[in-house]
Design a protein around this ligand. Structure first.
Ligand SMILES: Cc1cc2nc3c(=O)[nH]c(=O)nc-3n(C[C@H](O)[C@H](O)[C@H](O)COP(=O)(O)O)c2cc1C
Length: 279
């Protein structure tokens, strides 16, 4: 999304002059004279990164920025506690078997709307979502992907490091097993322009968040590195999605799971922890 036009408004009947917005602004854009209502000097406006911290912190709901009104924000309450979050993180699984049915579009829209709130480096907010929301479209894309891989193989264009793609199209042709997208009825591809501060991190974080949100809503997801291999090997597949060549991206097939896990896995301690001691 392009940066919004800067607008900063304080309702001086509500403002308590507490200065919290001034202190919390990460770019130090907001000024305040002693005991006065905060304001933004015109020459500072372009430094605003539109993070809306000023709107979020104002205890008296006096401040709106970029046309966003405090009464339209959610109150900070009813958050999942550590117990609930820990259980979600441990319980989410990569789903590799899906029901064919379409996911409720309202649910998908809700998840994507929430994703607009994930952090991006320098608050660039330049993510794009390419969504396959019709199972028939996903089937067409699936067939196009395997067809493109077979062609790429005939033309010796499958790199050795992506040799799994050869097996993938052969298995699909033999018995319809879909290694790339795991038979999912939908796919979300998140991308960001390569010239933003942290495109790869922004993409991964959005998908990681989608992954957790989706699983909390009863959906299954799977990160598909194989889909990325396929799209890098046959870039025409990116064209089919409408994805600009050269943009960092990642793909996540999703849908209603056809399976249900009975318990969590046990990978505590799988990552090495190096305790840093200085001095
Ligand atoms: C970046 C990334 C790419 C992945 N690519 C694939 C993939 O192409 N196909 C697949 O079936 N699983 C893929 N996975 C899933 C991992 O194999 C899986 O996360 C891991 O085995 C742990 O299982 P869990 O996700 O159920 O905890 C990928 C995971 C990540 C994080």
């Amino acid at each position: 999304m392009p940066r919004p036009t800067f607008q900063f408004h304080i309702d001086d009947t509500r403002c308590t002059r507490c200065g919290l917005c001034v202190a919390d602004c990460p770019m130090r854009v907001i000024s305040q004279a002693a005991g006065e209502v905060p304001y933004v000097k015109p020459e500072k406006e372009s430094q605003c990164i539109h993070c809306q911290h000023c709107l979020a912190i104002c205890p008296s709901a006096a401040l709106s920025i970029d046309g966003k009104r405090p009464e339209d924000s959610l109150p900070i309450e009813g958050l999942p506690d550590l117990e609930a979050m820990d259980r979600l993180v441990r319980s989410r699984r990569s789903i590799r078997r899906y029901k064919p049915e379409k996911v409720d579009p309202a649910l998908v829209q809700r998840l994507l709307a929430a994703l607009g709130n994930v952090p991006t480096g320098t608050n660039s907010q330049q993510l794009s979502f390419h969504l396959i929301d019709e199972p028939e479209t996903m089937d067409r894309f699936r067939r196009a992907a395997y067809g493109a891989l077979e062609k790429a193989d005939q033309e010796s264009r499958i790199p050795e490091r992506f040799a799994v793609l050869r097996t993938a199209y052969q298995v699909f042709a033999k018995n319809g097993t879909d290694i790339l997208f795991r038979g999912a009825p939908h796919m979300l591809v998140v991308s960001a322009p390569k010239n933003v501060a942290t495109p790869h991190q922004d993409v991964a974080l959005a998908l990681a968040t989608f992954d957790l949100l989706a699983q909390s809503a009863g959906l299954g997801t799977v990160w598909s590195g194989f889909a990325l291999y396929a799209m890098e090997t046959a870039p025409e597949l990116k064209g089919l999605l409408g994805l600009e060549q050269g943009r960092p991206y990642y793909a996540m097939p999703f849908g209603y799971p056809a399976i249900r896990y009975a318990r969590t896995v046990q990978r505590d301690g799988a990552a090495e922890v190096h305790r840093v001691v200085l001095g």
